[in-house]
Design a protein around this ligand. Structure first.
Ligand code: HEM
Length: 620
């Protein structure tokens, strides 16, 4: 029987056979498809592996930076940096310091980036003029504000943007800032004293870093917009407000490693942002940004001719920058830069300076003596001009910024047109190293500032070194150098000098004496002050302890500054009793420090309460 007959006489078997045949063909087809997919996958994987191997070999042996020393993995892949910054958590800055110790003053730290650590080469790397300087997109991504001045890639665009605001950072402009600083500083110290006094009724929460940060934030915001968000007036000294900036700083390495995260965060509508990324801190930051944008809109809609020359954003909006440079979106980024750059760095430096002075009583006393000797008797808030005449105080600020620079991330630049040529026989290098145009070069502040060839005993806090050897300034890069340096450096120096001088005049260091004093309490430099993480600004160790305790006793001379506070309440009586039972002191409980480098001081304001005995004596 032929097969055709079978089909005719056995329809079921026939259709089965057709199905079998069809199935066989489909299976064969599926097989072929799978084969194709697998083949393509193998080919792709093989190509990626071959490309990867080729790229690695190229980067190590044939790349223009191939002759520059450094770990091979750092030369091969940017994942080396990501490993330290994203997976180990903001640690690449430390690795860079190690690399310089291991490989010398010139190290290849990324496939396309060379880090230099030679004080004599700083001005060549960061010239003030004569050579165009750009930045890699990475910097803008990392800050999260690529359209701000600091994130701007192109040299000419940067010059235009910077010129539009540079007038506001001139010495003359900063002088106009002096009354604003004085007013906010008085408010800050007034509040500190008032909360110390209020602790007569209850325990008090004080974080020196947060206190400084509230003050600098209000000052910088006033300078930028003509008014501020009154962070100094917040019960928690604005801790909840500035927590948003901390969260943002914590995300900076993620932005650099995975730019898509930044892209999503910047482009999501606010409701979607809040829905998909629920974070109280980021919510607060969004609100802060809304405040900045609204301020810019108000200024744009009704410019006040009287203010046009006195606040930064009025200046930007009235400048001859093209319209696309003045959009709300771009100016919001500029606002974030100026407020973040100003508040965090200055507050961190003040915090570190106060720590170092309290940890070195001889330097504290010397700075205070210098002030008292050079100021008229009774001066309580020295002026910019008076502070400028104080060499030791200036040395204290320099030495603090050397050990604790307020910006810890490396300074990355590109020379787009000319090669960078490095010859350093002094550093024991016989070779010439060349960074071709378009490749990145960088400097790391901490590596430079802890260079033992320049700074004897580099980890020690010794302000005197700046007075003994004025040439040390050649290795100082806390404010960066060249065309991309810190635009706010003069303002920062004046602000820090004035606040520190006022603080030193106001409080002595506690050595058992009477009168307003400060004393360091349970703080270690490594844990609570030093940069443990690079979040652009430095962050202390994760285990930085929370609970600290301080004590103080009131002084009648403080009453005038306590204003309307009345102390003859049962609570104060109770605490006055407590004060007697606790070695003439009232205990102040300080809450956990959440912020970078927070530390606590013990504040004593004499023992008059005890001398007069009882609540009546506390009446103001
Ligand atoms: C102790 C205080 C300060 C320190 C240590 C500091 C440090 C720095 C550093 C290192 C840079 C360069 C960053 C880079 O390499 O990309 C920089 C840039 C900048 N800083 Fe400061 N800064 C301080 C205070 C301030 C203040 C008070 C302001 C303004 C209110 C300010 C505004 C800026 C701006 C706008 C830039 C970008 C400049 C540009 O790219 O042209 N800084 N700062």
């Amino acid at each position: 029987m032929s097969s055709s007959q079978l089909f005719v006489h056995h329809p079921t078997s026939q259709s089965q056979a057709i199905r079998a045949l069809t199935y066989g063909m489909e299976a064969a087809k599926r097989h072929a498809t799978w084969d194709n997919i697998l083949q393509t996958a193998y080919l792709t994987i093989a190509s990626v592996v071959v490309y990867g191997v080729w790229l690695a070999l190229y980067r190590v042996f044939f790349h223009p930076l191939a002759s520059i020393p450094g770990p091979k993995l750092a030369a091969i892949t940017t994942w080396y940096e990501k490993y330290y910054d994203v997976f180990l958590g903001a640690q690449y800055f430390r690795r860079i310091e190690e690399m310089h110790r291991q490989y010398g003053p010139v190290v290849r730290i990324r496939p396309d980036e060379v880090s230099f650590n030679d004080p004599d080469f700083i001005d060549t790397l960061s010239p003030v003029g004569g050579r165009r300087t750009t930045k890699p997109a990475l910097v803008g991504l990392r800050t999260g504000i690529p359209d701000s001045i600091t994130g701007t890639i192109d040299h000419d665009v940067h010059r235009r943007r910077r010129n539009a605001i540079s007038g506001f950072f001139s010495v003359a402009s900063i002088r106009r800032l002096e009354p604003i600083i004085t007013a906010h500083m008085e408010k800050m110290f007034g509040r500190v004293d008032a909360s110390i006094a209020a602790s007569g009724a209850k325990s008090v929460v004080l974080s020196m870093h947060q206190v400084f940060r509230a003050c600098t934030s209000d000052i910088i915001t006033t300078y930028a917009f003509g008014e501020n968000q009154d962070i100094l007036g917040e019960d928690d000294w604005g801790e909840s407000v500035t927590a948003g900036s901390n969260t943002w700083h914590n995300l900076t390495h993620v932005f650099a490693a995975f730019p898509v995260v930044l892209l999503v965060m910047r482009n999501l509508p606010q409701w979607a942002f809040r829905f998909f990324i629920p974070s109280r801190e980021l919510d607060d930051l969004m609100e802060r940004k809304e405040w900045w944008v609204n301020k810019v809109r108000t200024i744009r809609e009704s410019p006040d001719p009287a203010h046009l020359k006195s606040t930064i954003f009025e200046g930007v909006l009235s400048s001859n920058l093209p319209a696309e440079e003045k959009t709300d979106a771009r100016l919001a980024q500029e606002a974030q830069l100026i407020v973040f750059a100003g508040e965090g760095t200055v507050a961190y430096t003040l915090n570190a300076a106060l720590y170092e002075l309290l940890a070195h009583p001889a330097e504290y006393r010397r700075a205070r003596e210098e002030l008292r000797a050079s100021l008229p008797a009774g001066e309580v808030a020295p002026s910019f001009a008076q502070v400028e005449t104080l060499p030791f105080l200036s040395a204290v600020i320099h030495e603090t910024m050397r050990l604790h620079p307020g910006v810890v991330s490396r300074q990355v630049r590109i020379s787009p047109d000319q090669p960078i040529v490095y010859q350093a026989p002094a550093a024991g290098l016989s070779k010439t190293y060349v960074v071709p145009p378009g490749m990145c070069h960088s400097m790391s502040t901490r590596a430079m500032h802890l260079n033992g060839d320049v700074f004897d005993d580099p980890l020690a806090f010794r302000p005197q070194r700046w007075l003994d050897d004025p040439t040390l300034g050649r290795a100082f890069i806390a404010f960066a150098r060249g065309t991309r340096n810190c635009i706010g450096k003069d303002m920062a120096k004046k602000l820090m000098g004035k606040v520190l001088a006022t603080l030193l005049l106001r409080y002595d260091i506690y050595e058992g004496q009477r009168g307003p004093t400060l004393e360091l309490y349970d703080t270690t430099r490594e844990r609570d002050i030093d940069a443990n993480y690079d979040m652009i600004i430095p962050m202390p160790a994760k285990g930085s302890p929370g609970l600290r305790v301080g004590e103080h006793v009131f002084d009648p001379s403080m009453r005038s500054s306590l204003g309307s506070i009345t102390w003859n309440t049962p609570e104060s009586a109770e605490n006055a009793e407590n004060a007697e039972t606790r070695e003439n002191c009232i205990k102040i409980t300080l809450l956990p420090a959440k912020l970078p480098s927070s530390f606590w001081v013990r504040v004593k304001v004499s023992d008059c309460v005890l001398a007069e005995k009882g609540p009546k004596a506390l009446t103001t």
